[in-house]
Design a protein around this ligand. Structure first.
Ligand SMILES: *[C@@H]1O[C@H](CO)[C@@H](O)[C@H](O)[C@H]1NC(C)=O
Ligand SMILES: *[C@@H]1O[C@H](CO)[C@@H](O)[C@H](O)[C@H]1NC(C)=O
Ligand SMILES: *[C@@H]1O[C@H](CO)[C@@H](O)[C@H](O)[C@H]1NC(C)=O
Ligand SMILES: *[C@@H]1O[C@H](CO)[C@@H](O)[C@H](O)[C@H]1NC(C)=O
Ligand SMILES: *[C@@H]1O[C@H](CO)[C@@H](O)[C@H](O)[C@H]1NC(C)=O
Ligand SMILES: *[C@@H]1O[C@H](CO)[C@@H](O)[C@H](O)[C@H]1NC(C)=O
Ligand SMILES: *[C@@H]1O[C@H](CO)[C@@H](O)[C@H](O)[C@H]1NC(C)=O
Ligand SMILES: *[C@@H]1O[C@H](CO)[C@@H](O)[C@H](O)[C@H]1NC(C)=O
Ligand SMILES: *[C@@H]1O[C@H](CO)[C@@H](O)[C@H](O)[C@H]1NC(C)=O
Ligand SMILES: *[C@@H]1O[C@H](CO)[C@@H](O)[C@H](O)[C@H]1NC(C)=O
Ligand SMILES: *[C@@H]1O[C@H](CO)[C@@H](O)[C@H](O)[C@H]1NC(C)=O
Ligand SMILES: CC(=O)N[C@H]1CO[C@H](CO)[C@@H](O)[C@@H]1O
Length: 639
């Protein structure tokens, strides 16, 4: 694990890609030959980082709880006398730009840097959180914030430079042909540089460079040389100001196209890429991706710069690689067409939705139970939502992370009208019973009809409110699993689930909508803020206190502390009580976000203090493409 000082110094000087371009290049190897490790615990780096972050989250948690107006509760003495550091994880789902924008608003309400969030939202919850996880569209959100010096959503919106979505990523220059030519020419040069350095290209490379124009527009060469591992040296990360960012992708087993609960889930964090699943059960150092290894060991020749930040974020969102193939549908002039055709020819389109990690960092290792993954010279990663777990809860239920409460923000497009219906939580619940579950535990959740019928998507819902009721999960573990890491039901996190809902804006845009006017973008973000703040707390003046009750619940249970009357009231209001109603009924929205009548039936005026008339049912050509894609990829697959 030790890295010799001699090698660290040049690495710090040259924190971005060693070639200062999209191409990976040679870097000094660490003195330890081994780049992989078995996934039996946290990495030493994450462990060390937590030593610094824990005091920050606990101090910020005290502030949050004090500001939440909880009755009969002394936040300071409670947190200071807790048996463990209270650990909060935030998870933002996939669902294209819809998920990115809804998630941005939801996140803004948790950020004490957002104007008024302390009073009208849940300001400070972000600062009190240990982990911040994103998947696909949600990973665009998490990656943008993390890689841009932990900027805030409010600053992004005010500055108006990042997330310019007025024009689609395929044609960002409109009729300005010279500008458009430069855009594609630049991307073509980037891809050529990587190819000339000896690396295979996939459509994810093209997609990665396009995404970077929207997310890293302020950085030199729109982040062509920006690597994910530079997070390790980023000020807000090293001074523990930001949570630990993680993005999620799925592994595709060689010669198989089926993605299911049996697939391998991968995470990429600032230090490592890998999986806790038995099929792989290893991590590799993300900085040295691109290095040839045998059984996890380098031979003295190492590569850096493969972990391009846009590529890592493109990997979690490969479903959208398909957009790239729409280039030729734009009204692009001849010369440009040739250029594009040329670079598309260099890229593997055989499987459009994969990201190629070649060389495979786990090549010829023997830890994992699916040997075809380790035998292949390439590791194939795909969109994290393809296994139906569209809310990236996976990194947060790993027992080693000891998370007390998970805030799950679901902006999936499960229904025909692109609303979430809880399907992602059902998939996560079921996976714990498969071999791949490997000692993870997740509270009981109902079927998707019950989610709708009992208003569990209409307003926030708490799952696993009473840890004692979770003991039955211990009775049905897969046979190969020892339950030693999670020895107590109190170690199974409570889940606060919040689903996308329309308040001031119809936020159910198609997953495949590629452009948003400034007004639409702001409408989506504002609505997201209203979703996570319960319409600026107008729907529940006690909302912050109720969130506080959820955060402290497991620690109270550990210490057998009785809940306050207020917390009991909150739990009666928000906890799923185990009731089921699986009938197949229609759904609609009232102004308080609850359901009543047929779904999304046209124009409507939203009251609730805001008088805006909003056009329902966002249509676009990509909606049609979206439906086709959904059918082609996986039946019932929803992102
Ligand atoms: C909280 O975390 C800090 C730093 O990791 C550690 O020193 C401390 O013992 C932890 N507190 C508890 C109660 O476990
Ligand atoms: C706490 O109560 C005060 C006074 O009623 C109110 O101004 C403030 O917004 C409340 N804070 C929260 C977080 O609800
Ligand atoms: C990053 O943000 C901090 C404030 O959190 C600021 O002091 C610093 O200058 C910023 N660094 C860069 C490179 O923008
Ligand atoms: C910016 O990127 C260009 C093109 O990759 C490179 O030539 C130049 O050295 C970079 N500048 C800095 C300050 O890194
Ligand atoms: C590696 O995986 C690819 C894609 O599934 C497959 O075509 C190839 O045969 C595999 N190679 C080996 C050596 O298994
Ligand atoms: C998952 O694997 C188990 C055996 O390990 C098998 O019985 C089951 O059919 C698989 N499920 C899917 C959806 O592939
Ligand atoms: C890795 O090994 C392969 C096969 O031996 C070789 O083609 C490739 O150039 C090597 N890559 C690097 C970066 O050394
Ligand atoms: C290490 O592997 C690289 C290919 O990745 C090869 O070019 C180089 O010669 C090897 N070096 C040693 C010392 O074996
Ligand atoms: C665009 O290219 C794809 C393949 O790259 C092809 O299938 C499709 O027909 C082309 N469409 C147009 C309008 O040229
Ligand atoms: C769901 O919300 C609607 C509208 O407020 C209400 O009529 C209905 O009773 C609620 N259902 C349940 C099970 O709470
Ligand atoms: C798990 O705990 C049981 C009982 O304490 C013990 O017998 C067993 O060896 C442990 N298993 C592992 C893998 O540590
Ligand atoms: C808790 C648990 O069962 N962990 C297992 C996860 O998978 C690895 C690899 O198969 C096992 O070694 C662990 O015991």
């Amino acid at each position: 694990m030790k890295i010799s000082l001699l090698f660290l110094i040049p690495a710090l000087v040259n924190a971005w890609s060693p070639t200062n371009s999209y191409a990976p290049g040679r870097i000094e190897c660490p003195s330890d030959k081994r780049l992989t490790r078995v996934a039996e615990g946290l990495s030493s780096e994450e462990h060390a980082w937590l030593e610094g972050r824990n005091p920050v989250t606990q101090a910020n948690l005290i502030k949050f709880l004090q500001n939440a107006n909880m009755t009969d509760f002394d936040a300071q003495s409670f947190v200071e006398n807790a048996k463990k550091n209270i650990t909060i994880g935030l998870a933002f789902s996939g669902g294209g730009y819809r998920a990115m924008l809804c998630g941005a608003g939801q996140l803004a309400a948790l950020d004490s840097r957002t104007t008024n969030a302390d009073a009208s939202g849940l300001g400070g919850l972000l600062q009190a959180s240990t982990y911040l996880v994103g998947l696909s569209g949600g990973n665009w959100l998490v990656g943008t914030i993390a890689m841009n010096n932990f900027t805030s959503v409010e600053k992004i919106v005010d500055d108006g430079k990042i997330w310019d979505l007025e024009r689609s990523i395929i044609n960002p220059a409109g009729w300005n042909v010279v500008k458009l030519y430069k855009y594609y020419n630049g991307i073509s040069d980037d891809l050529n540089a990587k190819k000339d350095a000896g690396f295979d290209l996939s459509l994810t490379d093209t997609w990665a460079r396009m995404l970077s124009h929207q997310f890293f527009s302020e950085l030199n060469d729109t982040g062509a040389a920006l690597t994910w591992s530079t997070l390790q040296e980023s000020d807000p990360f090293t001074n523990h100001e930001m949570p630990f960012p993680i993005v999620v992708a799925d592994g595709r087993t060689p010669n198989s196209y089926i993605i299911s609960g049996n697939s391998t889930v991968f995470e990429t964090n600032p230090f490592e890429l890998g999986s806790w699943d038995p099929s792989v059960y290893q991590f590799t150092k993300v900085k040295y991706l691109g290095t040839n290894t045998t059984d996890g060991e380098h031979n003295g020749t190492c590569v850096g710069g493969f972990d391009n930040a846009g590529y890592v974020m493109g990997t979690s969102s490969t479903l959208f690689n398909q957009f790239v193939l729409q280039i030729n549908t734009t009204s692009i002039v001849g010369a440009l067409k040739d250029l594009i055709t040329h670079f598309l020819n260099d890229v593997s389109k055989a499987e459009n939705d994969i990201a190629i990690y070649k060389p495979n960092p786990f090549h010829k290792t023997d830890e994992g139970t699916i040997s075809s993954i380790a035998q292949n010279d390439t590791l194939y990663l795909v969109d994290g939502g393809e296994d139906l777990q569209n809310v990236p809860i996976y990194p947060l239920i790993q027992p080693e992370r000891k998370v007390d409460v998970i805030f799950a923000y679901d902006n999936s497009g499960d229904t025909d009208q692109y609303w979430p219906n809880g399907a992602s939580l059902v998939a996560t619940y079921e996976r714990q019973f498969l071999t791949q579950g490997n000692g993870t535990y997740f509270p009981h959740v109902p079927d998707v009809n019950t989610f709708r019928n009992l208003n569990l998507t209409a307003k926030p819902a708490f799952f696993g409110c009473d840890a004692k009721n979770l003991s039955s999960l211990f009775n049905s573990p897969p046979t190969n699993v020892s339950t030693n890491v999670t020895s107590s039901v109190y170690d199974i996190p409570l889940v606060v689930y919040t689903a996308n809902r329309p308040f001031s804006f119809w936020s159910n845009t198609s997953t495949f909508d590629m452009d948003y006017t400034d007004a639409q973008k702001k409408g989506m973000i504002r609505n997201g803020y209203e979703v996570s703040s319960r319409l600026n707390k107008t729907l529940d003046s006690e909302w912050a206190a109720c969130v506080g009750c959820a955060i402290i619940r497991r620690e109270q249970e550990r210490q057998s502390i009785e809940q306050s009357e207020q917390c009991k009231r909150c739990f009666a209001r928000y906890c799923w009580n185990g009731e089921l109603d699986s009938s197949d009924a229609g759904v609609n929205f009232t102004t308080d976000g609850t359901t009543n009548g047929p779904e999304n039936d046209g124009n409507r005026t939203v009251s609730a203090g805001l008088s805006i008339t909003i056009q329902a049912g966002n249509t676009s050509v990509f909606k049609a493409i979206g439906y086709a894609l959904l059918c082609i990829l996986v039946l019932g697959f929803s992102i």
